[in-house]
Unconditional design. Structure first.
Ligand code: SF4
Ligand code: SF4
Length: 130
């Protein structure tokens, strides 16, 4: 990962069309573990816009302060974090037919290295970093 969408989300759909890797699901998507509540970022897909833009595009487009916040990097070091989040239904990590659950130890993702882990752990508002 990743960035994550919080309860501040007003389901306006400004973010999803901006994502270069189609990592954002609407509140009406049955694959969204928060279906009926808010939009959702798939952590196994989000690349923090590395290679696509200088800032996460979803956060730049979002009109709601505190709706798109930092989450942990989708790397093997954070495998347990995402595994526990999946079990708690905070995330709904994709199940691959042969590879199984696409946790970071199976496939990690790009992330913006300059964002301190403390900022990620605090789930700080993404746009406050730019
Ligand atoms: S940070 Fe970029 S890749 Fe990740 S969900 Fe937002 S727009 Fe998509
Ligand atoms: S742009 Fe922000 S408020 Fe709108 S759906 Fe996305 S996260 Fe929610």
């Amino acid at each position: 990962m990743a960035v994550m969408i919080t309860e501040e989300c007003i389901n306006c759909d400004a973010c999803a069309p901006e994502c270069p890797v189609a990592a954002i699901l609407g509140d009406d998507n049955e694959k969204n573990p928060h279906e009926g509540e808010r939009f959702y970022v798939k952590p196994e897909s989000c690349v923090e816009c590395v290679g696509h833009a200088d800032v996460p595009r979803c956060a730049a487009a979002c009109p709601t302060e505190g709706s798109i916040v930092w989450d942990m990097p989708y790397t093997a070091d954070c495998n347990e974090y995402f595994k526990e989040g999946h079990e708690a239904k905070t995330y709904a990590i994709r199940e691959h037919k042969s590879k199984g659950l696409m946790l970071p130890e199976v496939k990690s993702q790009e992330f913006i290295g300059s964002i301190p882990l403390s900022v990620r752990e605090a789930h700080a508002n993404v746009m406050d970093s730019f």
